[in-house]
Ligand binder design. Structure first.
Ligand code: NAI
Ligand code: MG
Length: 829
C-alpha cells in the first residue's frame, strides 16, 4: 500500500469544473439571440453573427451586426439623454455608479462563467480578477462622480462618447471605459469586440434593472465596420479605443480635424527585466503571471524576458521546469492555469509567428505534454537565442509566447527594453531598491512594476507611451480623458469686440499724441527772427538716414546657435498697413530636421535636470527679457500695429508667464496612489520628450511663450515655429535665450511657412508630441500626420485669450506637456 506521502507525490489533478448551468440558462431564456441595447430598450435582432466558445468551437449565441442605422439610433439616443444625465447632481450620478457596482457583484458568478464561455479564459481568472476589478472600477468612479464638482472645477462632461473595446478582457474593458465616462456625466455608445459580446449584453440588463436612464448607456455589437461608423459619426464628441495599434492608427486618421477628443490604449511588447541579484523563484512565478496570464492575450504582457547574462541559464532551467507543470485545459476547470485562445484566427496568428521565429533561427521550447485537441489551445512557449531585431522580438504576438534575450549591464538592459516602438508596461526584478528606482524612470512605459507584474487597480492610471497610445484609464489621470474645460468665459465675438475697443482707444490716443508732437515741432523749427539767416552753416555731414543701415537679418536658432536657413531665402515681414518691418529666414525641411536632432540630443539632460534648475533658468530668461521689454514692445507694435499700450501689455504678460512656469517647474508634483497592495503606486509626471510647437498668430510673443514655457518647465525640448505673420518677436527672443543659460537644443526656433514646417514636424519620427495652434485645416493636417508614430497631439483652432491667465496658463498646459508613469512598488519582507 502506498503512503500518503507517496500519493501526494504521484497524485494527478482531478477535474474541478465550475457549472455552466446558470449561464446556459441565462442564454436559453433569451433564446440565444440578441439585438442591441439602444435608448433603454432591446432592438429586434437583425443580421446575426455567431458567438463561439473557443474551448469547444461551438456556437453559443448569435448577436446582431450593428448597421449604420443602428449606430445612428444609438448616437441619437445618447444625445437625447445627455442634458439630463450631465445635469444630474454629482451625488445622483454617484448613486447610479454605486448601484452598477452592486449589480455586478450580485451577478458576479454569472458574469464570470459567461466570460469564460465566450472568451476561453479560465474561470479562476474571471472569478478572481476580471469581475472583482469590474466592481472595483464602478465603486472607485462612483467616488469621482461624487467629487466631480470640487475636484474638476471648471471642467464638464465632453458629451456623447463612442467606446470600442477588445476581446481580451471584455467586461473589464467595458468597466474601464464606462465607469469614468458616466462619472463625468457623458453618455455612451459602446461596441464590444465581435469575439466576445456576451458579458456586455448581460451588463446592459443589469444597468437596465437598476434604472440607468434610457440612452445613457447604449450597447451596439458588430465588427470593425460598426466600430468605424461610431468613429466617423459627426455627433460623437469623443472616441475611446482599446485594441491593436493598427486600428488605433486608422482611428487617429479618421478623427483628424474633427475636434473629437481621443484616447487610445494600444499594443505592447513589454520588457520583463531580471537583474542578477533578483530572487529567481519569485521571478519564475512573475513570468507565469506576465506571459501566461490570460493565455498571453494581454496588451501589457511581459512578452520580452530580458535577463542579465550571469543568471540566464539558471533562470531558463527553472522556467522550463515550471512550464512543464502548467496546466492547459477547459476554462471552466478551476485547476487549470491557461484556457483557450479567443478564436481560430488568433490561434493561426500565434502559430504563424512562432513558425517565423523558428525559421529566423531562434530556439523554441514547449513542455512535453499536449494541449486538448479540440478547441483553440496553444501551449506555453519559450524562445531563447533571440535576436533583438527579429520578428518575434519586435511584433506583438498576443499569445503565450515568451522571447528571451540577455544583457550585461543595466545600461544595456535599458537600451534593450526601449528597443521597440511600443511603451506600455515594464517589470523590473532586483533586490536592489537603488537599481529598481534608477531604472524605472529610464524605461519608456506608462506602467512599471517593481518585483511584480500585471497589477491593476481603478485608482492608478493605466496607459502607454509612444505607439502604445495615449491617455490614461483609472485614477484621477483617467478622469481627465472624459472632461473638457468649460468654454472660456469670453465668446469669440466678445474677444473681438474687446480687441477692437482697445485698438480704437489706442488710435485716439495716437492721434492726440501726434497732434501734440506736430505742434511742438512747428514751434521748434520756426526761424528766429532776430538773426540773419546767413548765419545758418551749411550741413557738413550727411544726415544719418541716408546711410545704409547695418543689416541685422534674423537667423534660425538651432542647437543653441544662430543658423542660416538651409536654402538662404528670407521672407519680408510687412505690417498690416504695409510697412516693411524686417525679414525672417525661410526655414525648410532640412532646418527642421537639424532642429529635431538638436532637440533630441538635449532631451536626456534637460529631462533629468532638477525642477529647481529648470525654474532658475526660466526666471533668468524673464530677467534678461524684462531688461529689453521696451525693444520687444516696439517690435510687436511695429509688426502688428496693435498700439504701444497693447504691445506693452503683451510684454508684461509674457514676463509674468515666464514667472508662472518658473514657479511651476518644481511644483508640478505627481501623486502616490492608494492601491490595494502592500505598497504604493507612484504616479510621476514625466516629460514627453521632443515637442514640436506651432504657435498662434495672435500675440506673437505671448502666444509662443505660453506654449514654450510649460513645455520646457516640465523637461521637454522644443522645436518652435513662431507666428507665421509676425515671427520677428521670436527671432529677437533667441538673443534672450543665448544669455540665459538655456542649454543648447532645449529651444530651437525655425521660422518659415507655418503649415509646411508643421507638417514636417508632425511626420518626423523623432518628435514625440506636436502642438498646433492655428486654422482648422492645419489641425487636420497635424493630426493626420501624427499617426505615423502616434504622437501626442494638442491641436486647436479655438480662440483663446492669451492675456488672461485663467485661459492662457496653468495645469492644462502642464498636463499637455507631460505623461504619467505609474511605478508600482510593493514592499515588505
Ligand atoms: P482590433 O484592434 O482589430 O479590434 C479591437 C476592436 O476594434 C474590436 O472591437 C473591433 O471590432 C474594433 N475595430 C476593428 N477595426 C475597426 C475600425 N476600423 N474602426 C473602429 N473599430 C474597429 O484587434 P483584433 O483584430 O481583434 O486583434 C488583432 C491584434 O491586435 C491582436 O493579435 C493583438 O496583437 C492586438 N490587440 C491588442 C489589444 C490590446 O489590448 N492592446 C486588444 C486586442 C487586440
Ligand atoms: Mg467568443
Amino acid at each position: 500500500m502506498s503512503t500518503v506521502a507517496e500519493i501526494f507525490q504521484t497524485m494527478e489533478y482531478g477535474p474541478a469544473p465550475e457549472s455552466d448551468k446558470e449561464a446556459l440558462s441565462w442564454l436559453g431564456k433569451r433564446e440565444r439571440v440578441f439585438g442591441h441595447y439602444i435608448g433603454g430598450a432591446w432592438t429586434e435582432p437583425g443580421q446575426l453573427f455567431d458567438v463561439i466558445n473557443p474551448a469547444t468551437s461551438k456556437t453559443i449565441a448569435r448577436v446582431t451586426e450593428g448597421s449604420t442605422a443602428d449606430v445612428n439610433a444609438a448616437v441619437a439616443a445618447a444625445r437625447r439623454a445627455l442634458p439630463a444625465w450631465k445635469g444630474l447632481a454629482p451625488h445622483a450620478r454617484a448613486r447610479f455608479l454605486y448601484a452598477l457596482a452592486r449589480g455586478v457583484q450580485k451577478h458576479s458568478r454569472l458574469l464570470a462563467v459567461l466570460e469564460s464561455l465566450d472568451n476561453g479564459k479560465s474561470i479562476r481568472e474571471t472569478r478572481d480578477i476580471d469581475i472583482p476589478l469590474v466592481a472595483r472600477h464602478f465603486y472607485h468612479h462612483a467616488g469621482w462622480a461624487q467629487l466631480l464638482d470640487s475636484e474638476f472645477a471648471g471642467y464638464e462632461a465632453i458629451g456623447v462618447v463612442g467606446q470600442i473595446i477588445p476581446w481580451n478582457f471584455p467586461l473589464l474593458m467595458l468597466a474601464w471605459k464606462i465607469a469614468p465616462a458616466l462619472a463625468a456625466g457623458n453618455t455612451i455608445i459602446l461596441k464590444p469586440a465581435e469575439f466576445t459580446p456576451l458579458t456586455a449584453l448581460c451588463f446592459a440588463e443589469i444597468a437596465h434593472e437598476i434604472g440607468i436612464p434610457a440612452g445613457v448607456i447604449n450597447i451596439v455589437n458588430g465588427h470593425g465596420e460598426t466600430g468605424a461608423a461610431i468613429v466617423e459619426h459627426p455627433d460623437v464628441d469623443k472616441i475611446a479605443f482599446t485594441g491593436s495599434t493598427e486600428v488605433g492608427r486608422i482611428i487617429r486618421r479618421a478623427t483628424a480635424g474633427s475636434g473629437k477628443k481621443l484616447s487610445l490604449e494600444l499594443g505592447g511588447k513589454s520588457p520583463f527585466i531580471v537583474y542578477d541579484d533578483a530572487d529567481l523563484d519569485s521571478v519564475v512565478e512573475g513570468v507565469v503571471d506576465a506571459i501566461w496570464f490570460n493565455q498571453g492575450q494581454v496588451c501589457c504582457a511581459g512578452s520580452r524576458l530580458l535577463v542579465q547574462e550571469g543568471v540566464a541559464e539558471r533562470l531558463v532551467t527553472k522556467l522550463r521546469a515550471r512550464m512543464e507543470r502548467l496546466r492547459v485545459g477547459s476554462p471552466l476547470d478551476k485547476a487549470v492555469d491557461m484556457g483557450a485562445i479567443v478564436a481560430p484566427v488568433q490561434l493561426e496568428r500565434i502559430r504563424g509567428l512562432v513558425q517565423q521565429g523558428v525559421s529566423e533561427g531562434a530556439s523554441m521550447w514547449q513542455p512535453s505534454w499536449a494541449c486538448p485537441a479540440e478547441g483553440c489551445f496553444y501551449p506555453p512557449t519559450l524562445f531563447t537565442d533571440v535576436q533583438p531585431s527579429s520578428t518575434i522580438a519586435q511584433v506583438e504576438i498576443f499569445g503565450p509566447v515568451l522571447v528571451t534575450m540577455t544583457f550585461r549591464t543595466p545600461e544595456e538592459s535599458v537600451a534593450l527594453a526601449n528597443n521597440t516602438p511600443y511603451g506600455l508596461a515594464a517589470s523590473i526584478w532586483t533586490e536592489s531598491i537603488n537599481l529598481a528606482l534608477d531604472i524605472a524612470p529610464k524605461i519608456k512605459a506608462g506602467v512599471v512594476w517593481v518585483n511584480s507584474t500585471n497589477l491593476f487597480d481603478a485608482a492608478a492610471g493605466f496607459g502607454g507611451y509612444r505607439e502604445s497610445g495615449f491617455g490614461r484609464e483609472g485614477g484621477r489621470e483617467g478622469m481627465w480623458e472624459y472632461v473638457k474645460r468649460v468654454e472660456s468665459r469670453h465668446s469669440k465675438a466678445e474677444l473681438l469686440a474687446r480687441r477692437a475697443a482697445t485698438i480704437e482707444e489706442e488710435a485716439t490716443a495716437k492721434e492726440a499724441a501726434a497732434k501734440e508732437a506736430a505742434a511742438k515741432e512747428a514751434a521748434a523749427t520756426r526761424p528766429p527772427t532776430h538773426l540773419p539767416s546767413t548765419l545758418h552753416p551749411p550741413p557738413s555731414t550727411l544726415p544719418s538716414s541716408a546711410l545704409p543701415a547695418i543689416d541685422r537679418t534674423p537667423k534660425l536658432f538651432i542647437g543653441g546657435k544662430q543658423a542660416r536657413p538651409d536654402q538662404g531665402y528670407t521672407r519680408r515681414i510687412v505690417s498690416p498697413s504695409g510697412v516693411l518691418v524686417g525679414e525672417a529666414p525661410e526655414g525648410n525641411r532640412k532646418d527642421i530636421r537639424n532642429a529635431v536632432e538638436a532637440a533630441q540630443a538635449a532631451a536626456k539632460g534637460w529631462g533629468r535636470a532638477t525642477g529647481h534648475n529648470r525654474g532658475q533658468i526660466l526666471y533668468y530668461i524673464a530677467e534678461n527679457f524684462s531688461a529689453r521689454a521696451q525693444d520687444f514692445a516696439e517690435r510687436i507694435d511695429a509688426m502688428t500695429e496693435c498700439g504701444t499700450r497693447r504691445a506693452k501689455q503683451e510684454v508684461e504678460a509674457s514676463i509674468s508667464r515666464l514667472f508662472t512656469y518658473g514657479a511651476w517647474a518644481d511644483k508640478y508634483d505627481g501623486a502616490v496612489h492608494s492601491v490595494p497592495i502592500r505598497g504604493v503606486a507612484i504616479a510621476m509626471n514625466e516629460p514627453i520628450g521632443v515637442i514640436g510647437i506651432t504657435c498662434p498668430d495672435e500675440h506673437p510673443l505671448l502666444g509662443m511663450l505660453s506654449l514654450v514655457a510649460p513645455a520646457i518647465a516640465t523637461g521637454n525640448t522644443t522645436i518652435v515655429i513662431p507666428s507665421h505673420a509676425f515671427p520677428l518677436a521670436a527671432t529677437d527672443f533667441y538673443s534672450v535665450l543665448e544669455t540665459s543659460d538655456v542649454p543648447a537644443g532645449v529651444v530651437n526656433i525655425v521660422t518659415g511657412d507655418k503649415d509646411t514646417l508643421a507638417k514636417v514636424l508632425a511626420e518626423h519620427d523623432d518628435v514625440e508630441a506636436v502642438w498646433y495652434f492655428g486654422a482648422r485645416d492645419g489641425v487636420r493636417m497635424t493630426e493626420l500626420a501624427s499617426a505615423s508614430n502616434m504622437k501626442r497631439t494638442w491641436a486647436t483652432w479655438h480662440e483663446r485669450d492669451w492675456l488672461d491667465a485663467k485661459d492662457g496658463e496653468g495645469r492644462e498646459f502642464l498636463r499637455a506637456a507631460t505623461q504619467v508613469k505609474n511605478v508600482w512598488v510593493p514592499y515588505g519582507e
